[in-house]
Design a protein around this ligand. Structure first.
Ligand code: BGC
Length: 253
């Protein structure tokens, strides 16, 4: 089977988005379709939603899925913004069974990062780079020489001296919940990225997720040493990268 065209799916805390992707050039082959994340976001309910997306696109090929948690070999090991019953669930097996199709599952930020590193704002960049996904949560993908170090859970680092993680302080969901204006949010993101710079010294920071579309409104507050760019594929990077990862890992022709 040829997996050049893969159904890319980005599972998030509030929406599950998908589109068929040409994995060689990152182009969407059809309009993106979004379904609200079911509540509770249990494995059974999410698997049903994945199947709805498959039916929507009448899809018969391979599927790549970004999932908002630590994922190793298809197994989910954390659950910050999804139902806790996901922990220790084999998402890959579950979705394959639900759809009858070959499925590859990886962390959502890693998926977005792969799209940006291979075809997007980080394409050809050889240095230390972190791609962030700022949406319901904060996820991150670390690259050097274009190679990914997966499952970097730096959104859950504790804020210095406080019993709170950075994700709950600076995510897009927090901006909405606390009704922060762009300046207040931009300053929180600046604090967070400054801490990231202190720890990892990336030369390039790429911002994806819901925040990517608003970057022109808060970029001025990010006075960082690293170069900061919005994701080339904006909020679609996760769909595209999930499809690309499926092509590589499910072994195409
Ligand atoms: C999760 C990460 C995920 C990020 C973005 C965090 O809460 O722990 O695995 O990448 O949200 O969705």
């Amino acid at each position: 089977m040829k997996f050049k065209e893969v159904l890319g799916i980005d599972i998030g805390g509030s929406g599950i988005k998908g589109a068929p992707v040409n994995t060689k050039n990152g182009k969407l082959l059809d309009e993106r379709h979004r379904i609200q994340t079911p509540q509770p976001s249990s494995p059974e309910n999410v698997a049903k939603t994945i199947n709805e997306l498959v039916k929507h696109f009448k899809w018969k090929g391979a599927i790549g899925c970004g999932f908002p948690a630590v994922v190793q070999n298809g197994l989910v090991y954390s659950a910050a913004n999804v139902d806790k019953s996901w922990i220790n669930t084999n998402a890959q097996k579950l979705f394959s069974k639900a759809t009858g199709l070959p499925v590859w599952v990886l962390n959502d930020a890693d998926a977005a990062g792969l799209a940006e590193a291979k075809l997007g704002a980080g394409a050809g960049f050889k240095g230390a780079m972190i791609v962030f996904v700022v949406g319901t949560g904060i996820g991150a993908a670390l690259f050097t020489d274009g190679r990914l170090y997966p499952n970097l859970e730096v959104g859950h680092l504790d804020m210095r001296g406080q019993d709170q993680d950075w994700e709950s302080y600076a995510s897009d969901a927090t901006r909405k919940r606390e009704k922060l204006d762009m300046e207040a949010w931009g300053k929180r993101l600046y604090e967070y990225f400054s801490y990231i710079e202190f720890l990892f010294s990336p030369e390039l920071i790429i911002i994806g997720g819901g925040a990517s579309k608003k970057m022109d409104k808060f970029k001025e507050f990010l006075d960082l040493k690293a170069k900061v760019l919005p994701a080339h594929f904006l909020n679609e990077a996760g769909i595209i990268g999930a499809a690309m990862a499926a092509r590589v890992n499910l072994k195409d022709g």
